[in-house]
Write a protein that binds this ligand. Structure first.
Ligand code: GRF
Length: 206
């Protein structure tokens, strides 16, 4: 066992959590610089919660719906869970809530996301359909620091895949997802170890 202190990390999800599983698996290595101590979801029936519990990780669900339009009130409840678990780093993995500047600023430099496109191309949703529609030859995924502007934070790691003749949304998203599962653990390790950090709006070391 490594004696280095591992960074206490939470993963936030809304759905099935395949990236979450890849991160949990990677973090089992004794020399991985992050420890996954909490998985939290904004939907109590997010499939990933069961998978996290099965892996022996603490779970929390903070349903955003009772908070209505008050995004910050929801985030304060979520933040309370993060504080209760002494979280140092927050990883968004298919977390489908737009975060307010309050939350993003609070976790600045300690909040990362994976987006299924080669940012700055195709910010927002339905990235695979839009890539096919645009007829691009290459597509992929990006891990980035989160900043208040949506999908606009500095890149930590990117992976490219070809768009092949006959691709549809399902085949393209599967090809991208495979790369997500590969680079997200790598990117988390880079940030948790301090090899890459957010400084003056850039990802230093990336
Ligand atoms: C991934 O494609 C991720 O890039 C996007 O949402 C999807 C989540 O998938 N933000 P999963 O829940 O990790 O399987």
């Amino acid at each position: 066992m490594s004696t280095a202190k591992r960074v206490r990390t939470a993963i936030l999800i809304s759905g099935r959590g395949s990236n979450m599983v890849a991160l949990i698996e990677a973090a089992k290595a004794a020399d991985f610089p992050a420890e996954i101590v909490l998985v939290a979801a904004n939907l109590p029936d997010a499939g990933g919660l069961e998978r996290a519990a099965a892996a022996g990780i603490a779970t929390a669900s903070v349903d955003h719906r009772p908070f209505g339009k008050d995004r910050e009130a929801f985030e304060r409840a979520l933040d309370a869970e993060l504080q209760a678990h002494q979280i140092e780093l927050v990883v968004l993995a298919g977390f489908m809530r737009v975060l307010t500047p309050w939350f993003v600023t609070r976790w600045q430099g300690r909040l990362i996301n994976i987006h299924p496109s080669l940012l700055p191309d195709f910010r927002g949703t339905h990235t695979h359909a839009r890539a096919l529609e645009a007829g691009v030859a290459e597509h992929g995924c990006t891990v980035h620091f989160v900043v208040p502007e949506l999908d606009a934070g500095p890149t930590i790691l990117q992976a490219k895949v070809p768009v092949l003749p006959g691709d549809d949304e399902a085949s393209l998203s599967a090809r991208v997802l495979e790369q997500e599962h590969r680079i997200y653990p790598q990117a988390l390790a880079l940030v948790a170890s301090g090899a890459v950090r957010l400084e003056d709006g850039t990802a230093l070391g990336a």
